[in-house]
Design a protein around this ligand. Structure first.
Ligand code: IDP
Ligand code: MG
Length: 139
């Protein structure tokens, strides 16, 4: 069964949106295979966002992602990688469609792209790579 990696980022946890996000996962029929609250470490985050580490805004991302605990997990289901990305909506909350997690819950008017509630792997390959970083025991 296809699997993907997700995180409820510090803003989602701090704002009490864990239940809302998990509800959407379950309502969609995906199976939770892992679920854990964790304070993330810099080394793992740099592996996770390997393609962004050299960007000027990475410092801001790192500061935000380590500012409070996240809730992370693995979900499974047919087409879950693309489907979870659809459920998240666009990266920039200001552009995320109503009905999506980011479109419904991210605070678009702040203008910041960094706090956007949740993460999802962008391809099957990324999903496998990210699951191996955060849940190495699953391989
Ligand atoms: P994604 O989360 O929709 O896959 P990515 O491009 O992989 O988007 O970026 C990872 C995270 O980095 C985003 O969710 C967002 O928090 C942050 N981010 C992406 N692009 C920018 C930017 O241009 N400025 C500031 N932060 C950004
Ligand atoms: Mg991404």
């Amino acid at each position: 069964m296809e699997k993907t990696f997700f995180m409820i980022k510090p803003d989602g946890v701090e704002r009490g949106l864990v239940g809302d996000v998990l509800k959407r996962i379950e309502r969609r029929g995906f199976r939770l295979e892992k679920l854990e609250m964790r304070q993330i470490d810099r080394a793992s985050l740099e592996k996770h966002y390997a393609d962004l580490v050299d960007r000027p805004f990475f410092l801001g991302i790192a500061e935000f992602m380590m500012s409070a605990p996240v809730v992370m997990g693995v979900i499974a289901g047919p087409g879950v990688v693309a489907s979870w990305r659809d459920m998240l909506g666009a990266t920039n909350p200001a552009e995320a469609a109503p009905g999506t997690i980011r479109g419904d819950f991210a605070t678009a008017p702040t203008g910041s792209i960094i706090p956007n509630i949740a993460h999802g792997s962008d391809s099957l390959e990324s999903a496998q790579r990210e699951i191996a970083i955060w849940f190495p025991e699953m391989n």
